[in-house]
Design a protein around this ligand. Structure first.
Ligand code: ZN
Length: 139
């Protein structure tokens, strides 16, 4: 069995961003030379997510509006977590809703998606260097 590991690094210019990483994940699969297997993609930080959905601009804004309603960034004093001196209590909760990781089948060397599926990095406390893990196993 082959295995391949790669970290993808991000440093977003704004606090929250939603980045389509599908091409980067496919590039990792190409490098792995795995034709039949599984690909795990997970955020390595507890204030960011990896998730699958449609690559549609309106939808990305809808996610952001929805998450801000569920767990607004302000007022910072609203979160007990921020009593530690941090200001990212909302980002922990947003990450919980949007998830930690995705697993996608690899078939004939390609991500084996359903219709419109794309992989996204959801950043909820950016403006610093953060990473995700891509782990690929198979033949
Ligand atoms: Zn925190």
């Amino acid at each position: 069995m082959k295995s391949y590991r790669e970290e993808l690094w991000f440093n977003t210019s704004s606090r929250r961003e939603y980045i389509n990483i599908t091409d980067k994940v496919q590039e990792a699969i190409n490098k792995s030379r795995v034709k039949e297997g599984l690909c795990l993609v997970n955020a390595m930080h507890i204030t960011a997510s990896v998730y699958i959905n449609d690559a549609e601009q309106g939808l990305l804004q809808d996610y952001d509006d929805w998450l801000e309603k569920l767990a607004p960034h302000e007022p910072i004093s609203h979160y007990r977590h921020n009593n530690t001196g941090e200001d990212n209590g909302d980002a922990h909760l947003k990450r919980q809703v949007m998830g930690r990781e995705v697993v996608v089948a690899i078939t004939e060397g390609r991500l084996d998606f359903g219709p419109w599926e794309q992989i996204f990095y959801g950043e909820f406390d950016g403006r610093r260097r953060k990473r995700i893990l891509v782990k690929i196993i198979g033949e």
